[in-house]
Design a protein around this ligand. Structure first.
Ligand SMILES: [Zn+2]
Length: 224
């Protein structure tokens, strides 16, 4: 059902392929990454969007605010922001240092609060993000994102793909152009690459290794 792609998805996919030439040169710029308790302004953003509410399974004091350098698809150095659990913060900074030094490109890294804490909007914007107190995709229990123990990387290049007799669900829909995992293009995560290796080094599990469905963007501490 997703064979027939919208023109916009095809154009976007071609764009990502064609602008990737200068990454190795810029990747030599030094990585910067910091982790700190949530600044008051960040807490205000989280409360306003509802990414954290009273009753969420992690206290604000147990989350950390990261600022992380990354390489974009044009090869330029950018700085993004992310909220994760305090006890994984330093390890996650290390993962993104590895991705930066390898020149692995990301489009954007913003808090989900910039997308009204709506996962579908964040995914459609190809946003790399972590904390969001929300239900698991396709279910009702808390997602590991609700604990700051899961990260989604470039959802368009790395969509959630669930195949059933009734049809194939691809999230975000913009990721349909990247459902063919054998056609590896910049920003795609594949088994044994720098991304899966960096997360494996800190003991995190990749959703691309799941068997019931594939969540290629998703990494988590406990494998859920
Ligand atoms: Zn996820």
């Amino acid at each position: 059902m997703f064979r027939k792609l919208p023109i916009s998805a095809i154009v976007a996919a071609m764009g990502f392929v064609s602008v990737n030439a200068s990454i190795s040169a810029t990747a030599q710029t030094a990585f910067t990454g910091t982790a700190e308790p949530l600044p008051e302004a960040v807490i205000e953003r989280m409360l306003a969007s509802g990414s954290w509410q009273e009753g969420c399974p992690v206290a604000l004091a147990d989350l950390r605010y990261l600022r992380l350098g990354f390489i974009d698809f044009s090869g330029a150095v950018q700085e993004g922001e992310m909220v994760v659990a305090a006890d994984v913060a330093d390890a996650i900074v290390g993962v993104f240092r590895t991705l930066f030094e390898a020149g692995f490109p990301l489009e954007r890294m913003q808090l989900v609060d910039d997308f009204a804490a709506a996962d579908d909007l964040s995914m459609a914007a190809n946003n790399t993000s972590a904390f969001n107190c929300r239900a698991v995709t396709g279910g009702t229990g808390y997602s590991q994102h609700s604990y700051g123990n899961a990260i989604d990387i470039s959802p368009i290049q790395n969509p959630y793909v669930r195949v059933r007799d009734s049809g194939t669900l691809i999230l975000p829909p913009e990721g349909a152009a990247f459902a063919d995992r054998a056609d590896v293009r910049p920003g795609m995560i594949v088994a044994g690459d720098v991304v899966t290796a960096a997360f494996a080094d800190i003991g995190w599990v990749w959703g691309g290794d799941w068997t019931s469905l594939k969540d290629y963007q998703h990494f988590s501490a406990n494998g859920q």
